[in-house]
Design a protein around this ligand. Structure first.
Ligand SMILES: Cc1ncc(COP(=O)(O)O)c(C=O)c1O
Length: 449
């Protein structure tokens, strides 16, 4: 175990010890003491192919041997070109041009800047405002953080953030339960009201995750939601940006989580699973109708980063995308996702489990004081954090989230196993989840209803 202040790292958490992972194979990790962990969330929705995939590792090494780095302002590489070709073939509608970066935050940041630059170059400089869903997370750099409805992340930095207009996430903790055909939140008409209130001439973009990430425990918007969003955005000339950093790249059983809605966003952000953790890689997908405006105007996106189009990262992404296609892993996510969701549904009977949501191999399990009403547990208990520590002790890696109920309260954990997860491993996830919950309830002395 390692812990601050021993050694020279200051860790993500300065008050707890960190096991040192020495190897990984498939869905399993092994630490320096030989303890094994079932990685039920691919680290952070990233390790979609599992750990220790020799084919991807070899592709990364081969690219590093050939050429590890050139700058994207001077050169291009076959890795970046071919990755863009492979992804374009999977992307919906006219989204067929890619701009590669390293992290999801950078992709969101750059996509919002692209939206802004597009409107300026089209002679509409007043269009600068951003509308985003709440709750939501889009990253930690300052513009992406501004777009994230995460009060506990924003509090310290409020003076540095820009004002982003919020509309509620559809079908998530809505009193109508996502079924009222006149509910403004769940039908999407709340977006139109927000655009009209701000003045359509001032709104540049609407940013939303097609399937929610950790902020909503994988909430799936109603089937008509994004069709209505598309119509509203078209009517008011607002760019619709789909943030698929977490939910994209096959995890929900389609290449892109927006696909079942049958609409094409104007821009899409991608990340996490596209290189499956073999390198940090993210990107923006854009159509020619948007990029052409820049090409005919200033000639470039005003967003330069040293590691954009990084050859080794692109080679990792290329190998991953080809592997996913060759092994039909998106189809497997859909099939094994049905098994996963139906087995997880059984968790609903456990004490303090208020909801299990998700699609494909992406799921969220929400805890509450009262599972029937969803009334949150007292935040002081740190339920999600304690559960996550107990899960780790039981050899299960999950991802906690807090604050979804009202900005500060609310406890949930996310599950997103590698696409290669077996049915037996899904059973093991469910069993270890139950163990972790039992231990959490007894360690916090939470009464079992
Ligand atoms: C939907 C979404 N967008 C953007 C980000 C930011 O990505 P990164 O942490 O790689 O900067 C995340 C991270 O979790 C995310 O879930």
């Amino acid at each position: 175990m390692h812990a601050y202040p021993h050694g020279h790292l200051f860790y993500r958490n300065l008050t707890r010890p960190f096991p040192e992972i020495v190897s990984g194979e498939g869905c399993w990790l092994t630490d320096a003491d030989g303890k094994r962990y079932l990685d039920a969330v691919g680290g952070a929705f990233v390790a979609s192919l599992g750990h220790g995939n020799a084919e991807i590792a070899e592709a990364v090494a081969a690219q590093a041997r050939r050429i590890a780095y050139v700058n994207g302002t001077a050169f291009t590489t076959a890795a970046a070109e071919e990755l863009a070709d492979e992804l374009a073939a999977t992307l919906p509608g006219d989204l067929d041009h890619l701009y590669f970066l390293s992290s999801g935050s950078e992709a969101v940041e750059a996509a919002l800047k692209l939206a802004r630059q597009y409107w300026v170059e089209r002679g509409r400089p007043a269009k600068h405002r951003i509308i985003a869903l709440t709750p939501a997370y889009h990253g930690n750099t300052l513009l992406a953080l501004s777009a994230s409805a995460r009060r506990h992340y924003q509090q310290l930095f409020g003076d540095w953030l820009v004002d982003v207009i919020r509309v509620p996430v559809p079908g998530f903790r809505c009193p109508c339960g996502g079924t009222d055909v006149s509910c403004p939140t769940c039908t999407g008409t709340a977006l139109e009201a927000a655009i009209l209130e701000a003045g359509a001439d001032t709104v540049a973009a609407f940013l939303a995750e097609p399937v929610g990430g950790s902020s909503t425990g994988a909430a799936v918007p109603p089937p008509e939601y994004f069709r209505t969003v598309r119509e509203i955005c078209d009517r008011h000339e607002v760019l619709f940006i789909a943030d698929e950093v977490l939910c994209g790249a096959g995890r929900t059983g389609t290449w892109w989580a927006i696909e079942p809605y049958g609409v094409t966003p104007d821009l899409m952000t991608i990340g996490k699973g596209i290189a499956a953790g073999y390198a940090p890689l993210s990107g923006i997908a854009a159509p020619r109708r948007i990029v052409d405006v820049l090409a005919a105007g200033t000639g470039s996106l005003v967003h330069a980063q040293t590691f954009s189009f990084h050859p080794v990262a692109c080679a990792a992404g290329l190998a991953v995308v080809r592997y996913v296609k060759a092994h039909r892993l998106v189809e497997r996510c859909a099939e094994q996702g049905r098994v996963f969701q139906s087995k997880l549904a059984g968790l609903r009977g456990l004490p303090h489990v208020a909801a299990v949501r998700g699609r494909g191999l992406l799921a969220g399990v929400e805890f509450a004081e009262d599972a029937r009403t969803g009334a949150p547990l007292p935040r002081a208990l740190k339920f999600a954090e304690t559960f996550t520590a107990q899960a780790l002790a039981a050899g299960l890696v999950v991802w906690p989230n807090v604050g979804h109920a009202d900005g500060m309260n609310g406890d949930l954990v996310m599950l997103a196993p590698p696409f290669i997860v077996s049915t037996q491993e899904i059973d093991e996830i469910v069993a270890r989840f139950g163990t972790a919950l039992e231990r959490t309830l007894s360690s916090l002395a939470v009464p079992v209803p």
